[in-house]
Design a protein around this ligand. Structure first.
Ligand code: UDP
Length: 195
C-alpha cells in the first residue's frame, strides 16, 4: 500500500478508479475487509478517540472523504491524488458489481430509509442484487436479530450507515461475524440515496 499519514491516520494514495479496483480485489481474495472514508472531522476526532484511531489504522482501505484531507497531504512525500468520497465510492461499486453474484445489504438510517435507498438504487442500477436491509436504531436484543439477518442474507458488501464513529466501531466489532467480504461505513448516504 502507498500510504500517507495525516495526523497519524493512514490514507491510501489512490484515485477513485484505483480504489474501486482495490475493493473489487477484496471481493475475490476470500477475506473480510473494511473500508473507512474519513473526513477532516473524523481525523480530528481520532486524535482524542484512541479506539477510533486504532480502527482507522487497521482498516484495509482508507480514502479521503473531503478535499481538506487531500490538501493536507500536499507537502507529504506521498500526495493524495483526489477526493474519494464514500458516497461516490459506493455508487461506483454498485455499477461495478451489477449483474454479478455479489449482493449488498443496507444497514442503518431511520426506519424505512434503508429500504427506500435500496429500491432507488435498484432503479439506477437494475442489475444490483439487494441482500436485505435494516434501520439503524436498535437495542442489544434487536442487534442480535440484525446480525442473524445479515448472516442469513450473506451479502458480499455490507453498507453500515450509523454515522461516524459509531459505524466504524460497529464494523470493527462485528465484521467477522457478519460474513461480509467488505463492510463500509457510509454515514448519511442512505438518506441521500433515498432522497
Ligand atoms: N443513524 C443510525 N443510527 C444511530 C444514529 C444515526 O442509523 O444510532 C443514522 C442516521 O439516521 C443517519 C446517519 O446515521 O442516516 C448519520 O448521518 P450523518 O450525516 O449524521 O453522519 P455522517 O455522514 O456525518 O457520519
Amino acid at each position: 500500500r502507498r500510504i500517507t499519514q495525516i495526523l497519524e491516520v493512514p490514507f491510501d494514495a489512490l484515485t477513485m478508479e484505483e480504489a474501486v479496483e482495490k475493493a473489487l480485489g477484496f471481493l475475490e481474495d476470500g477475506g473480510a475487509h473494511y473500508i473507512c472514508t474519513p473526513n477532516p472531522e473524523i481525523v480530528m476526532e481520532a486524535q482524542k478517540d484512541h479506539e477510533l484511531m486504532e480502527i482507522l489504522r487497521k482498516a484495509d482501505l482508507v480514502v479521503p472523504d473531503g478535499i481538506g484531507v487531500v490538501w493536507a497531504s500536499r507537502y507529504s512525500e506521498i500526495v493524495l491524488k483526489e477526493r474519494v468520497a464514500g458516497y461516490d465510492l459506493t455508487q461506483n461499486l454498485f455499477r461495478a458489481i451489477e449483474n454479478t453474484e455479489h449482493k449488498v445489504y443496507f444497514f442503518g438510517g431511520a426506519p424505512g430509509v434503508a429500504a427506500t435507498a435500496a429500491r432507488k438504487m435498484k432503479k439506477v442500477y437494475p442489475g444490483l442484487r439487494i441482500a436485505g436491509g435494516h434501520n439503524g436504531y436498535f437495542d442489544a436484543e434487536e442487534e442480535k436479530k440484525i446480525l442473524a439477518d445479515i448472516k442469513k442474507a450473506a451479502p458480499s458488501i455490507l453498507l453500515v450507515g450509523l454515522g461516524a464513529p459509531k459505524q466504524e466501531k460497529w464494523i470493527y466489532e462485528h465484521l467477522t461475524e457478519t460474513g461480509a467480504k467488505i463492510a463500509i461505513g457510509v454515514g448519511g448516504s442512505f438518506d441521500v440515496m433515498a432522497g
